[in-house]
Design a protein around this ligand. Structure first.
Ligand code: PEP
Length: 249
């Protein structure tokens, strides 16, 4: 059976380390059972959040990672710098693609850097509203899988090292979640493209992300092929995040 995974992407929240620690303590109390629970706090809070989690079974993800291991890249954080602080990294998030101009090649380079330094990767992909309305969802997914994952060195991408988050851009932070059916259809396509790369597609964990809340999560938890959720806004409330985790148990 595929692993189920629910990860809270805190983005540029909370705005203080103190707030991050409070939230981390709330997440540490969640009993995920067989569902793997993760959080992606702001970089600045990583060291103290790691300590605050104590022995809790919560994985820590960086929200992004640079493709180079070191050097003249002002303001950036590299994979070696995350050693001991994070278990993995998110790459390809649409907000990073938007804010930093990441294209498929750069996302692939970031994923390669993380995987090469033994960080697990959550690989985000998804179409814009314009692309969906234009009937291009499958083509966008295909391009992002082939140019983003297909170019990563053979052997680095395995079901244990990389999970995928289908995140339609129009659903992120908008309150306009996809339906479970839309998520399931897109995820079927993602697996089809993974298989085309020669990967064991059915073994990969694929989550849905985009305005998931405690109120709508069951639609995704019940949808075929949806193995979990990448949660933004609703992960800032430990109680609501806990209910989202519980839906995938
Ligand atoms: C995200 O940031 O990955 C996300 C899905 O955000 P939200 O849940 O707020 O839409």
């Amino acid at each position: 059976m595929r692993g189920r995974l629910v990860v809270g992407n805190w983005k540029m929240n909370p705005t203080s380390v103190h707030g991050a620690l409070e939230l981390a303590r709330g997440v540490a109390a969640i009993d995920g059972g067989d569902v793997e629970v993760g959080i992606a706090p702001p970089y600045l809070a990583l060291p103290q959040v790691r300590i605050a989690l104590g022995g809790a079974a919560v994985r820590i993800y960086a929200q992004d990672v640079h493709w180079e291991p070191k050097g003249a890249h002002t303001g950036q954080i590299s994979a070696p710098m995350l050693a001991g602080l994070a278990d993995g990294a998110i790459v390809g998030h649409s907000e990073v693609r938007r804010d930093q101009g990441d294209d498929d090649a750069r996302v692939a380079a970031k994923a390669t850097a993380a995987l090469s330094h033994e960080l697990r990767v959550i690989f985000c992909l998804g179409e814009s509203l314009e692309e969906r309305r234009g009937g291009k969802t499958d083509a966008v997914i295909s391009r992002q899988v082939h140019r983003g994952i297909g170019v990563i060195r053979t052997g680095l991408v395995t079901p244990a090292t990389l999970a995928i988050a289908y995140e339609p851009i129009w659903a992120i932070g908008t309150g306009e979640a996809a339906t479970g059916r839309q998520a399931g259809d897109a995820i079927t396509r993602i697996r089809y493209e993974l298989a085309a790369l020669g990967l064991d597609a059915d073994a990969f964990t694929v989550m849905y992300g985009g305005s998931v809340t405690a109120a709508n999560v069951l639609d995704f938890a019940r949808a075929d092929g949806v193995d979990g959720a990448l949660v933004g806004g609703a992960s800032l409330d430990a109680g609501q995040f806990s209910a989202i985790v519980a839906a995938f148990r």
